[in-house]
Design a protein around this ligand. Structure first.
Ligand code: HEM
Length: 256
């Protein structure tokens, strides 16, 4: 028996899946810290390889863990007021954005200090595309969903695109992390990677954890029975909008 759509994450299977996603996400963050802290010499802001280490940690925290959690709030807190959840969703994205900027500055400054060329790899191309699209998605989402003057009909028509690009970017972020992990391993342990050394195994497991986190978040998002129930006001507006778009006899002209 599935979780009743009126229940939040207080009971039922949804709660177990959300808990599993948090365990996987936190394990990935901790494993990134252990990899770079223990095997790669730790963290610093001095232009050395220790500064580079800030990059993967911030990216896993911001672009994967926090981003995934920001998407999940609509399922985890589905019975809270919609405005509260929207603000929480935008705020977690904002914190993620701070982590992403710190991580990006860390790697560019490291390249500058070591005279390494910028933006030559597939990883860096995917990475920058992810970040630019992430920023666009955040700004456009803010305008459509939090700007009070935006019409309901425009919000409704943009919503599927926001969901599609949100999930697509999340997948792209995880793929980018996988290429970054492989690249880093080939830079630092290329001569012993094929000998199943602990560092290589740990980083491979990290990659798998990120993939599992992505699958669990994706599963939660795509279950229709765990979607947020529409409020009676939303249902009424949606019916009205349907009448307008399907050429019925609206009481008032459509406001676009
Ligand atoms: C979605 C998350 C990530 C994004 C958006 C991202 C983005 C970027 C960007 C834009 C660069 C280019 C910097 C420059 O050219 O100066 C870069 C470099 C690099 N990143 Fe990431 N990164 C992410 C995650 C990771 C992870 C998890 C690792 C794992 C260690 C990693 C490893 C590297 C390495 C080794 C470089 C330097 C070589 C290169 O430019 O490709 N990245 N990253």
């Amino acid at each position: 028996m599935e979780t009743n759509s009126a229940e939040g994450c207080s009971s039922g299977r949804l709660c177990y899946f959300v808990a599993a996603s948090q365990i996987l996400g936190l394990a990935a963050v901790i494993m990134t810290g252990v990899w770079l802290g223990h095997y790669e010499g730790g963290f610093a802001w001095d232009g050395s390889s220790h500064q580079f280490n800030v990059h993967p940690l911030c990216m896993v925290i911001g672009m994967v863990f926090l981003y995934g959690d920001a998407i999940l709030v609509y399922r985890t807190f589905k019975n809270e007021r919609k405005t509260t959840v929207k603000v929480l969703h935008a705020s977690i994205h904002l914190i993620a954005l701070v982590a992403i900027i710190v991580g990006l500055v860390a790697v560019f400054k490291f390249h500058e200090a070591q005279s390494i060329p910028n933006m030559y790899s597939l990883h860096s191309w995917c990475g920058l595309s992810t970040i630019i699209l992430f920023c666009l998605q955040w700004v456009v989402g803010l305008v459509f969903f939090l700007f009070p003057g935006m019409s309901y009909s425009l919000r409704v028509s943009y919503h599927p695109y926001h969901m599609y690009f949100g999930l697509g970017l999340f997948i792209l972020a995880i793929g980018t992390c996988l290429t970054g992990i492989t690249e880093k391993l080939l830079f630092s342990i290329s001569d012993i990677y094929s000998r199943f050394q602990p560092e290589g195994i740990l980083a491979n497991v990290l990659g798998l954890l990120l993939v599992c986190f992505g699958f669990v978040v994706g599963y939660i998002l795509t279950r229709s029975e765990w979607k947020r129930p529409a409020s009676s006001e939303e249902e009424a507006l949606s019916l009205h909008f349907k009448t307008l778009t399907e050429g019925g006899s609206p009481d008032s002209p459509q406001s676009q």
